[in-house]
Design a protein around this ligand. Structure first.
Ligand SMILES: [Zn+2]
Length: 495
């Protein structure tokens, strides 16, 4: 077995964010020894691939989530695809997992992550970010374009994808910045971009977003290129001026109100005229969600995050920067109502908005503190805990975190366990109890507003493209095992 090449990048940036702390393998992401040696007893590492293709894998005697229910059975994986699902499979495979006490779910798909890397590698890089994804049960993630350099042209998209390809542990696709230039938009679409992200409070590429004519041209360019438009809906003119902000409490209080719902209504109005497909990111208010769902259009979709349904403004009052993100946490009454909507099926998907920053950027004065929290490693344990408590059905969890995001982002062979599908799977131990411990994150961002929360239900093993990438606390996949995803062309969300 060949030892993994050293990645100088990881070493450089580790000192930045974690100066003065003892460095364990978890703090800088997986160690090379962890990756190269692996820890599975019955499994060979992906290094042992046969020259003719990928090793076959048999998951034996598991509880398997199929379309609407769990069944007992085995899954045979060959060439990275699910070849057979049956009560008993006699065939021998190169590798085997005995999964008696485990539940197999389709690999989770996160349509909203910030993997940073390049000039922002001190916050996160492709390897640590996708290690966090694998540890959290996510087998495909889509990266947001506010990187440095930003993903604002077909050329930048190509460079970013190229850099990612040799570093990623799960599959990664890319969103691009919203532009008016329809030729460049078409080029980004042809390059595989999953959407154009319209970040209304502060556009990624220069754009006069207050001017409806400009935003209309963006929507038209999206329509012409059959490209999804993803929107961060907050009306900049309704947000507080920095001079008004003294405390973290000010940040959330002054950002209350209708900045989000007003922006949602504005985009909905323009979308109605143009007809392009629009996905609303991290909707944080029930009024915004109902404005979208009332249109009941297959060209519209919505997203909620775990933090907006489980936390409230009170957490910002007590935790300050650890609970600071945009849109901010909302009053308890609003988050309760958002939770109920999530449970009953109104938002289309759940995404983590994994947005790591260095602690020194978060600890600044409230008006300068970087908004965003890591979320890839907490989402599934938190949601499984709700399932165990009877507050969320397993079916709804799978729809929100796998099946529906695969549909919204047109990943046709993902989001379900069936013969012929990509073998992206997560094996969970539904009974295992734990506690959220940011020190153990593979992400470089070692903080979380969920720190200390008790959980029941944990990721046991994550399989990406037919290969075991994560197993019981260790990353055993090799960077590059994930694939760079490219978007298809879809005008409507299949029901
Ligand atoms: Zn985001």
């Amino acid at each position: 077995m060949r030892a993994r090449e050293r990645d100088p990048h990881l070493e450089d940036t580790a000192t930045n964010a974690k100066r003065g702390r003892t460095t364990s393998s978890r703090e800088t992401g997986p160690s090379y020894a962890q990756i190269a040696l692996g820890t599975l007893n019955n499994l060979k590492s992906p290094e042992s691939e046969k020259t003719s293709g990928l090793p076959s894998l048999l998951i034996r005697d598991a509880h398997i989530w199929t379309k609407n229910d769990t069944i007992r059975g085995s899954i045979l994986i060959e060439d990275g695809k699910i070849r057979k699902i049956a009560r008993n499979i006699a065939k021998q495979a190169d590798e085997e997992i005995s999964a008696r006490h485990l539940l197999v779910l389709p690999g989770l798909v996160d349509g909203h992550v910030h993997l940073r890397d390049m000039q922002l590698s001190y916050k996160e890089d492709f390897t640590t970010g996708t290690a966090a994804a694998a540890a959290g049960g996510f087998t495909s993630v889509i990266d947001m374009p506010n990187s440095l350099p930003p993903t604002d042209s077909a050329e930048h998209l190509r460079e970013r994808a190229k850099r990612a390809s040799r570093k990623i542990l799960v599959n990664v696709g890319f969103h691009a910045a919203a532009l008016e230039d329809s030729d460049e938009v078409r080029a980004m679409k042809a390059g595989g971009a999953f959407s154009m992200k319209l970040y209304l409070p502060s556009p990624i590429a220069p754009l006069d977003v207050d001017d409806d004519r400009v935003v209309t041209r963006v929507l038209e360019a999206a329509k012409q290129a059959s490209l999804l438009l993803t929107v961060h809906a907050e009306d900049a003119s309704m947000l507080p001026r920095t001079g008004e902000i003294k405390t973290f409490a000010d940040l959330v209080r002054l950002r209350r109100g209708n900045a989000e719902t007003s922006a949602v209504r504005r985009i909905l109005g323009l979308q109605k005229k143009i007809g392009c497909r629009v996905h609303f990111c991290h909707v944080s208010l029930p009024s915004s969600l109902s404005a979208i769902s009332n249109r009941s259009s297959s060209r519209l979709s919505s997203e909620v995050t775990p933090h907006h349904i489980l936390l409230s403004e009170n957490h910002v009052m007590t935790q300050g920067w650890k609970a600071w993100m945009v849109p901010p946490l909302r009053p308890r009454k609003e988050t309760r109502s958002l939770f109920r909507a999530m449970k009953t099926g109104i938002p289309t998907i759940m995404a983590t908005d994994h947005a790591p920053h260095a602690i020194k950027e978060k600890e600044r004065a409230p008006r300068k503190s970087s908004p965003g929290i890591p979320g890839l490693e907490t989402a599934l344990p938190l949601m499984l805990t709700l399932v165990n408590k009877g507050k969320l059905s397993l079916g709804r969890l799978v729809s929100l975190l796998s099946t529906n995001p695969a549909k919204v982002f047109d990943l046709r062979s993902k989001g379900g366990i069936e013969t012929g599908a990509d073998s992206d799977l997560v094996l969970v131990d539904l009974k295992k109890r734990g506690r959220i411990d940011p020190e153990k994150f593979f992400s470089k961002a070692h903080y979380s507003p969920f720190e200390g929360w008790k959980t029941q239900g944990a990721v046991h093993t994550t399989i990406v493209n037919g290969l075991v990438v994560y197993n019981e606390g260790e990353i055993i996949g090799k960077p590059g095992v994930g694939k760079v995803l490219k978007s298809g062309s879809m005008n409507e969300i299949p029901r």
